[in-house]
Design a protein around this ligand. Structure first.
Ligand code: FEO
Length: 168
């Protein structure tokens, strides 16, 4: 049985994963309407993965005798002018998700809930991958700079980056 404190921490994380899914969905729309089909596909897929991260929490909370709280999702606050903005925002978002996951892990340890601590290790590993992927993409974009041909190839090839992360 989950303690109330753990249930609350997991429900907060559940909301963050739902918001992440929404965040990447908004980015997919931006990319699709700006003429970057590869980036759009990457973001749609990323959005789906975040929904799976959310569902994994929903199921765990319910299975452990808690109740998943399905709350409102705020409209994503993103301001994008170019592709660099998109991936900078993705990276910053993932860093904030990592921080919130670390907080949940901390609550697990202070409550001596080792089962939930174990469950959360999947998220810890996932964040390592997601941050590494985002950094790799940002490095690539820095090399491309404003080169239009490079950007075209980046949009065409981005799916190969995604497959490598193998997440969700
Ligand atoms: Fe589920 Fe990208 O954090």
């Amino acid at each position: 049985m989950l303690s109330k404190e753990i249930e609350k921490a997991l429900n907060e994380q559940l909301k963050i994963e739902a918001e992440s899914s929404h965040h990447y969905l908004a980015m997919a729309v931006w990319a699709e309407t700006e003429g970057y089909p590869g980036i759009a596909e990457f973001m749609y897929q990323h959005s789906d993965e975040e929904r799976l991260h959310m569902l994994k929490l929903v199921k765990y909370i319910n299975e452990r005798g808690g109740k998943a709280d399905i709350s409102d999702i705020a409209k994503p606050k993103i301001k994008l002018n170019n592709i660099q903005d998109v991936f900078k925002s993705l990276y910053e978002h993932e860093v904030s998700v990592t921080n919130s996951i670390n907080e949940v892990v901390h609550v697990c340890l202070s409550n001596k809930d080792y089962s939930t601590h174990n469950f959360m290790q999947w998220y810890v590993a996932e964040q390592l991958e997601e941050e590494a992927l985002a950094r790799e993409i940002l490095d690539r974009l820095q090399l491309i700079g404003n080169d239009k041909g490079g950007m075209y190839l980046f949009d065409r090839d981005i799916k190969t980056f995604h497959n490598k992360s193998g997440s969700a």
